[in-house]
Design a protein. Structure first.
Length: 195
């Protein structure tokens, strides 16, 4: 079987179960143009985009063993986009995120934050935010990242994750509640290390 005809899922399993780096390389090469395109779009500079592609490839070995992945291309797109957003966040030191319950049911094509429910978070709080996202259950992490970092609507998240809309709503609601509690706990403790 030619490597180009081997399904993503088979290559992914080969890497995950036997550490086959050739399988990982084949898998990444299939989507390297996609990754580069995402990085160029967000970073706006070809050299920065190339560096980001290499960084993402280096991170894959760890990430692929740490997460259950059903749709590799969609997952890799999200990883690439999040990597670029983190790079931009480091440059800007600010991230605007809404954690208010009032805009949870917004199903517009692009998620829009209602006026008055935004928080401009300084870099130390955005670090807490990312730390708090990291301790959410995997499904909550995924929907929260899609909602806030990729500005997807509930309907789009339902399609991307192949989950019913009601389940997506529930995961987002629970994820937001857990995220808000985690950040509030951090702030009360003066940014202690426990989440």
């Amino acid at each position: 079987m030619k490597s180009s005809s081997i399904p993503d899922t088979i290559l992914l399993e080969r890497f995950r179960h036997s550490g086959d780096k050739d399988a990982l390389g084949q898998l990444f090469l299939r989507y390297m143009e996609l990754v580069y395109g995402v990085c160029l779009k967000y970073l706006g500079d070809p050299e920065s985009a190339k560096d980001a592609v290499m960084d993402i490839y280096e991170q894959l070995q760890h990430k692929l063993t740490a997460h259950e992945i059903e749709h590799f291309s969609g997952w890799l797109y999200m990883v690439s986009k999040n990597h670029c957003l983190q790079q931009l966040r480091k440059k800007s030191n600010l991230l605007t995120v809404s954690l208010d319950e009032a805009d949870m049911q917004n199903d517009h094509a692009v998620h829009q934050v209602e006026e008055g429910f935004e928080l401009d978070l300084p870099v130390d709080v955005t670090d807490q935010l990312h730390a708090c996202i990291a301790v959410l259950p995997d499904k909550q992490q995924e929907v929260i990242r899609l909602l806030y970092f990729e500005k997807k609507s509930y309907a789009q998240i339902s399609t991307i994750t192949a989950q019913p809309l009601d389940l997506v709503r529930s995961q987002i609601q629970n994820g937001r509640r857990n995220l808000k509690k985690c950040i509030e706990n951090h702030q009360r403790r003066g940014a202690g290390t426990d989440l």
